[in-house]
Design a protein around this ligand. Structure first.
Ligand code: ATP
Ligand code: MG
Length: 336
């Protein structure tokens, strides 16, 4: 059985953009495929500590798992939820793969260049985390790793490390699919970019300081509705889906489709040509506040105990699979 694997960093509370662009598509993907695929959803807590972690980290980890459940993640024996640091094989595999990866290829990673740009000193984790990511993937022989475009380069790196390893030691590691094949598999919904509400030329980001620019999952639903009502649009006076000419309006159409699980095309057909932007805003504001209300009720109904039970079985599974693969790799290096 093939494996789909995903992890989302929880350094601070996600925005509606993170949720709609990364978490919700993953939940839908999992619900669609978990009959025939292993679906590994993990909390990359070791990746989190390469930068500052906001607030109560332990609590954030639990909450982020609740997000998946509240978003409708269907559990069965193929869905495995675990914390990275509770599976020590990740760290050990990372070390071994460090001895397979090259400085040159790691230095080429744009994420590293961006994150270290202009800084006098950065921690080694920022440089090395793509190798940890390769370990996260290769320990479970994952074929599909739904990630944003910003992570494509790391998937290619993982493929290169795995192929180099296999070339030397035999077919031990499963090489994940090429990014194009990954995108085709994931289908629509993955890779959407929700825009900043005040400045729709930019994407919505949790690190943006302006509170009106972003909707947080814990926002009071009425306040969130107000943010939608005051979202920047344009002066063209005619609704049309065009992310270049009308990014604000297009963003609202996109949000309306995703929070209601409507096909984007249907939403566009409904509003195309409308000249009263206020009507569209009112509809989207209602959709967002209805969505947040029920989402927050769902979260409140999930107990910590429930999450711990899920983690207990997920981590037992993960340790078994990861240890078995690690042993094969250790043997290849004559460490065992
Ligand atoms: P930061 O401002 O700190 O970079 P961010 O909001 O960009 O935060 P990330 O932690 O970089 O969030 O990304 C988490 C996940 O959310 C990634 O899978 C990323 O592709 C996705 N994502 C980020 N921003 C958006 C957005 N505006 N719309 C849809 N998906 C998004
Ligand atoms: Mg980002």
């Amino acid at each position: 059985m093939k494996t789909i694997l995903t992890g989302i960093r929880v350094n601070s509370e996600p925005t509606l953009g993170n949720f709609l662009g990364a978490m919700l598509p993953m939940v839908r993907l999992s619900n669609k495929y978990s009959k025939d695929y292993n679906v590994n959803i993990f909390i990359p807590d070791l990746h989190s500590i390469i930068s500052e972690v906001d607030g109560d980290f332990k609590k954030n980890v639990l909450t982020s798992i609740k997000y998946y459940l509240a978003a409708g993640l269907k559990l069965n024996q193929n869905v495995h939820v675990y914390r990275q640091s509770f599976v020590p094989a990740h760290s050990e595999m990372c070390w071994i793969l460090n001895c397979v990866a090259n400085m040159g290829e790691l230095k080429r990673m744009t994420q590293y260049k961006d994150k270290s740009d202009g800084k006098e000193s950065v921690n080694v984790g920022i440089f090395d985390y793509p190798v940890l990511m390769a370990a996260d993937i290769l320990l479970y022989s994952a074929s599909y790793v739904p990630v944003g475009e910003d992570q494509f380069q790391h998937i290619e790196l993982t493929r290169n490390i795995a192929m180099r390893f296999n070339h030397k030691y035999g077919e031990i590691l499963t090489v994940p699919e090429k990014t194009e094949a990954q995108v085709a598999f994931m289908g629509v919904g993955m890779g959407v970019r929700i825009r900043d509400l005040v400045n729709p030329e930019k994407k919505m980001s949790k690190s943006t300081n302006s509170l009106n620019s972003k909707i947080m999952l814990s926002d009071d639903p009425e306040k969130a509705a107000k943010k939608i009502m005051s979202a920047t649009t344009d002066s063209l006076g005619k609704v049309s889906f065009d992310m270049f000419k009308q990014p604000g309006i297009s963003n609202l159409l996109q949000i309306e489709a995703l929070v209601n699980d409507f096909p984007l095309q249907d939403v566009i057909s409904t509003w195309q040509g409308e000249s009263h932007y206020g009507d569209l805003k009112k509809k989207v504001a209602t959709s967002v506040s209805t969505f947040l209300t029920s989402f927050q009720e769902n979260i409140a109904a999930i107990s910590d105990e429930e999450v711990f039970e899920l983690l207990e079985s997920g981590e037992a599974y993960a340790n078994e699979v990861a240890d078995a693969k690690l042993l094969e790799v250790q043997k290849a290096f004559s460490l065992r």
